[in-house]
Structures are given as structure tokens and as C-alpha cells.
Design a protein around this ligand. Structure first.
Ligand SMILES: Nc1ncnc2c1ncn2[C@@H]1O[C@H](COP(=O)(O)OP(=O)(O)OP(=O)(O)O)[C@@H](O)[C@H]1O
Ligand SMILES: [Mg+2]
Length: 363
């Protein structure tokens, strides 16, 4: 299903360190601005303890998690929208992502160069948001020239699109994201093909020092700004996460326990990315495999089936459905049936997070 989340931010704030930890890909993360040139894409498994609980009951041959893609993008500098730094290339890379994880440096370390010479999260965020807004403004202005002509000729669609662009333009003019305008679903659909950067769902990753989770005014500042935008903040120490990711499983458990953590902080990043995209999970649980599948929230059973195979959607008859909690409580399908918790659902059924499904279909 390829949903992806682009990792964006100023140079040298810890984007590749986060990406490496996420993918353990071991690509270059050095104390050197512009270390990343080509975007790197990594498929990251979704941590979901429910899979293990299902597997403990079903005892399948294999267990397959669902995944999300993260893209490590080169650092952005002021002026990128005018071609500074790796400007245009960088912006094109972001345009291709579904959501943005904006990494903000909230750690002090004189050995790590900051492009502006000092660590100031709000200034950093403003630089990035301004560049993204300017890039969108550029697209809006170009499109408006064309649409104005077409609108004069009475083209209904052009008139409708033009109206939406004119609605977001004043915000962009002020360096504010288009998502601050509050477009409705129809308006968003009309301008979807532009791939506006500042319409993408965005979260802030506050990259803190190991001891920077509490009493950190920089983190507080990011939280306050994000609250105003209705955006999620994930505080994390990317450097520590990269170290944790290098450990083998046994050492990892011990090391996390030492730190008083029950899972890597990365899991919060992955889950937040998933949430940002409005995705959730259903399961299939057979003796061959127990598997998690990603679907958009509010997805019907046939659409959910299509994620496995388009034939499942085309030939959809019914979905056999067990809620996750019931599956666990009654220890599998047989127990659930006895308890009267096993259901048959039709084509209008909206699949819920955690549903254990088996599709009946014919082709
Ligand atoms: N939480 C942290 N505390 C201390 N140092 C960190 C932290 N996170 C990252 N670093 C260090 O910051 C430096 C830059 O990290 P990284 O290469 O990940 O940045 P980047 O954002 O990918 O830069 P570029 O835009 O140049 O690709 C590295 O030396 C890394 O170890
Ligand atoms: Mg990098």
C-alpha cells in the first residue's frame, strides 16, 4: 500500500540519525550539513503487540506486520524555494510524500554544527514552514494565471479550483501553511493534484538530548507552537534511538529496562506517522500466517479486502469478523463462535481497528 512519511528539517538536526534508527539501514549520518543528497526510502514494520497475542493463540507458521515507509530528505535552508541549497530537488522529494515528520533540533551540543549558529526551535520551524509556504505560493500563482484565463472562458472546474486557490493564497502570503485555512473535504479534493506541501499532515519530532525530556524550554516551545496548529509532537532522542537500534534483541530489552522504557521511542514515531495518515489495522489469522493489514479509517469491508487482493474486492460476498478483544478473550475462532461473538458482515460494513477478518469471495 505504500503510505509514506518524509523526514524534513534544517540541515544537521538529526534526520538521518532518526531514519537510520528507523530502518537500521546504516546510511551516512555524519556531523556535516548536507550529508544526505538523495532521498533514502526505508520500509519500517509497524510495532503492534496485538500480533504476538494473536500468534500465541493461532500458532501460525509466520507472523507478518504491516509497514510504513519513511523517506530521509536532504536538509532545507532559507531560500530553498528560490533554489538555494538543494532547494528545488528537496521540495520535489517532499511533494511525493503523504505526510511530513518535521525534525526540530532541541538538543544542545557544541560539537554538532547548527546552520544558524544557535539552537532555536521556533526560528528553525519558521524557516522550514516559510520555505514550504513560499513553494506552494509559487505553484498557486502559476496556476492562477492559467485558471483565470480558463475561468473567463466559463470553465466550471477552473472556476471552482480558482476559488479554493484564492482562499489559501493569503495564508501562504503570510508564510502560514495552507492547512491553517480549514478547507473542507470537497475543497481539498479539488486541489489534491497540486500536492501542496503545506497541506500535508505534519508532526513535529523534537530531537532532544538523552536527558532532555523534562524541564526543556525548547521542547516546551515546540509543544506550545504545535498545540496552536493542532499538530502532534513526538519528543525523542534520535542519537540514543540509533544506539538502541544497533543492539541485538536481548541487549535491547536489557538496555531499555535500564532506561525505564518498555519499547524504543521510535515506536512512538511510527505510530504517530500512522495516525497522521488516518490509518489503522485489521488482521487475518490463519494457521499459515497471522498478518496485519493497513487501511484508511472508515474503510468498507470490500475496500479492506482489496488490500489483500483486488479479486477479494471484486468477488466480495461477506466478511467473517471477530473483534480483536473477543478473539483474545475467547481464545480464537471456535471459542468466539461459542460465545456468539463471531459475525458475518456485508459490503457496507465499516472495518474497525483490530478486526480479525476472513473474506468470503468468488471470482
Ligand atoms: N539527540 C541528539 N543529541 C546529540 N547529537 C545528535 C542528536 N541527534 C543527532 N545528533 C547528531 O547530529 C549530527 C547530525 O545528524 P544527521 O546526520 O542525522 O543530521 P541530518 O538532519 O540528516 O543532516 P543533513 O540535513 O545534513 O542530512 C550527527 O553527528 C548526529 O550524531
Ligand atoms: Mg541527513
Amino acid at each position: 500500500m505504500g503510505f509514506n512519511c518524509g523526514i524534513v528539517g534544517l540541515p544537521n538536526v538529526g534526520k538521518s540519525t532518526l531514519f537510520n534508527a528507523l530502518t537500521k539501514a546504516g546510511i551516512a549520518a555524519e556531523n556535516f550539513p548536507f550529508c544526505t543528497i538523495e532521498p533514502n526510502t526505508g520500509v519500517v514494520p509497524m510495532p503492534d503487540p496485538r500480533l504476538d497475542a494473536l500468534a500465541a493463540i493461532v500458532k501460525p507458521e509466520r507472523v507478518i506486520p504491516t509497514s510504513m515507509e519513511f523517506v530521509d530528505i536532504a536538509g532545507l535552508v532559507a531560500g530553498a524555494s528560490k533554489g538555494e541549497g538543494l532547494g528545488n530537488q528537496f521540495l520535489a522529494n517532499i511533494r511525493e510524500t503523504d505526510a511530513i515528520a518535521h525534525v526540530v533540533r532541541c538538543f544542545e551540543d557544541e560539537n554538532v554544527i547548527h546552520v544558524a549558529g544557535q539552537v532555536s526551535p521556533l526560528d528553525d520551524i519558521a524557516i522550514i514552514n516559510t520555505e514550504l509556504a513560499l513553494a506552494d505560493l509559487d505553484s498557486v500563482e502559476k496556476a492562477l494565471l492559467r485558471l483565470t484565463r480558463q475561468a473567463k472562458g466559463g470553465d466550471k472546474e477552473a472556476i471552482a479550483i480558482k476559488a479554493v486557490l484564492e482562499k489559501i493564497k493569503p495564508a501562504l502570503d503570510e508564510g502560514l501553511p495552507a492547512r491553517s485555512v480549514g478547507l473542507d473535504a470537497d475543497e481539498r479534493l479539488l486541489i489534491k493534484s497540486f500536492g501542496f506541501l503545506t497541506l500535508k499532515p505534519t508532526m513535529y519530532i523534537a530531537n532532544v538530548a538523552e536527558d532532555g525530556f523534562d524541564n526543556n524550554p525548547r521542547l516546551d516551545a515546540v509543544r506550545e507552537l504545535a498545540a496552536g496548529e493542532g499538530a502532534v509532537v513526538v519528543p525523542i532522542c534520535n542519537k540514543l534511538e540509533a544506539e538502541i537500534a544497533e543492539l541485538d534483541e536481548d541487549d535491547k530489552v536489557a538496555f531499555l529496562a535500564d532506561l525505564g522504557m518498555d519499547e524504543p521511542g521510535l515506536n512512538r514515531v511510527i505510530r504517530a506517522g500512522y495516525g497522521l495518515l488516518n490509518l489503522h489495522t485489521y488482521f487475518t489469522a490463519g494457521v499459515k500466517e497471522v498478518r496485519a493489514w493497513t487501511i484508511p479509517v472508515n474503510c468498507t469491508a470490500p475496500k479492506a479486502a482489496a488490500v489483500i487482493h483486488t479479486d477479494f474486492e471484486k468477488g466480495f460476498i461477506r466478511a467473517e469478523c471477530i473483534a480483536y478483544e473477543d478473539f483474545i478473550q475467547y481464545k480464537g475462532e471456535a471459542g468466539t463462535k461459542e460465545a456468539g461473538k463471531w459475525r458475518l458482515e456485508g459490503k457496507d460494513y465499516i472495518v474497525k481497528d483490530g478486526d480479525v477478518l476472513h473474506f468470503r469471495f468468488n471470482v
